[in-house]
Design a protein around this ligand. Sequence first.
Ligand SMILES: Cc1cc2nc3c(=O)[nH]c(=O)nc-3n(C[C@H](O)[C@H](O)[C@H](O)COP(=O)(O)O)c2cc1C
Length: 171
Amino acid sequence: MSERDVVDPLAMRRTMSRFATGVAVITALDGGQPHGMTVNSLTSVSLDPPLLLVCLTTGARTTEAVLNAGRFAVNILSARQEEIALRFAKRGVDHFEGLPLHYGRHRVPVVPEALAHLECTLERQFQGGDHTIIIGHVEQASDRVGAPLAFLAGRFGDVVERGSEPEHWFF
Ligand SMILES: Cc1cc2nc3c(=O)[nH]c(=O)nc-3n(C[C@H](O)[C@H](O)[C@H](O)COP(=O)(O)O)c2cc1C
């Protein structure tokens, strides 16, 4: 095998942070306990079948909950839910403490007032370095019109719509 250069992890994080994303919370119920984690590694994979992926820190409580439960919800946050994003990014605390519990189908906990919800069953999992790549099969999708919460260069932000559209949907 040829030798490979190794990029500094902080340089990689900084460089990837130029890729603007939305913000979502992954939620799952494990042994009666709800768990959730803020993510921005969410990507649509396929429409037929309907698949998405998310990369979760291996060993984190929400990752274990998703793997144990075999199902999870993706809650896409609105511009008004920065506090929710911060709450579900705190390490080692009970993320649901003091929050009213809402459930989707199959008793998956969901974040109320999110811009969109996708309920998934666990289709496949892969190890990708220090993260677990979770492929979800989407069983339920709902959304509402509203402004999303954005994340760019390590900060939350707002999206300014330009109104122009690509000529063709590309997937
Ligand atoms: C905007 C943002 C995006 C994040 N994206 C991810 C992600 O895609 N995958 C991940 O594993 N952690 C991500 N994190 C970190 C987790 O939210 C955080 O480590 C986790 O909620 C801590 O929970 P724990 O106590 O269960 O480990 C992100 C944090 C923020 C603020």
